[in-house]
Design a binder for this molecule. Structure first.
Ligand code: 13P
Length: 249
């Protein structure tokens, strides 16, 4: 399996006020001591411009947490990938399980959002992951294969793309899969992507997400096939986020 440069992306979800910009500044400072790992922060839309300013001149990337598939128009409350790109963002998370479950997003919707991200020049971080019921029924690999088939546009072969495996039962629960379980899913994802995209699959980074903390990051980030982390709660504090990044460096 190829070793790719790792990416640690922080998904702030619906957290963060202006006061949180001090954490971003601390991340910028702390990141100077890190090399060999890419970092990115995905704050809520209300903070994205302010975070963009705080990140100016730093190597930390910026991302949105979701986008609409259209460029502009009568879509109250939505944000287009072009708008995210306009703030300086380079990434956008699409198909997070909280969007799939809470907003009824299907694989087709997620694929449309990922394609829209490409159109705007953003790298999509496309999320997949099984529920606990699906895992208990032994369906994990089939569920992930189905989500990959339905949510990843063909253009992933030629356009920067990140995929995040986030088992739903590990998100925000403090419960993580065993390293063997993570390795199994990541190996299956690599095989599926190689089958579909051939050698181009090498360019797709595969993150693990779900209760990644400073305490478990080293173990999880060194599982074969894991190219980084999508971090929720632990990305809100600079100290924790930087420790996770250091575990990858
Ligand atoms: P936690 O790290 O809080 O479990 O969240 C993971 C996640 O959903 C990142 O997108």
């Amino acid at each position: 399996m190829t070793t790719r440069r790792k990416l640690v992306a922080g998904n702030w979800k619906m957290n963060g006020l202006k006061a949180s910009l001090s954490e971003v500044r601390a991340m910028v400072d702390g990141a100077k001591a890190l090399s060999g790992v890419d970092l990115s922060i995905c704050p809520p839309a209300t903070l994205i411009s302010a975070v963009a300013s705080a990140l100016e001149g730093s190597a930390i990337g910026l991302g949105g947490q979701d986008c609409h598939a259209e460029r502009s128009g009568a879509f109250t409350g939505d944000i287009s990938p072009e708008m995210l790109a306009d703030t300086g963002a380079g990434f956008v998370i699409v198909g997070h399980s909280e969007r799939r479950a809470g907003h009824g997003e299907t694989d087709a919707v997620v694929a449309a959002k990922a394609s829209a991200a490409y159109r705007a020049g953003l790298t999509p971080i496309i999320c997949v992951g099984e529920s606990l019921e699906q895992r208990d029924r032994g369906e994990t690999l089939a569920v992930i294969a189905g989500q990959l088939a339905g949510s990843i546009p063909d253009a992933a072969a030629t356009t920067p793309t990140v995929i995040a495996y986030e088992p739903i039962w590990a998100i925000g629960t403090g419960r993580t899969p065993t390293t063997a379980q993570v390795a199994e899913v990541h190996a299956a994802m690599v095989a599926t992507l190689q089958q579909r995209f051939g050698a181009a699959a090498e360019g797709i980074r595969l993150l693990y997400g779900g209760s990644v903390k400073p305490e478990n990051a080293r173990e999880l980030m060194h599982v074969p096939g894991v190219d980084g982390a999508l971090v929720g709660g632990a990305s809100l504090k600079a100290g924790d986020f930087l420790k996770i990044a250091a575990a990858c460096a």
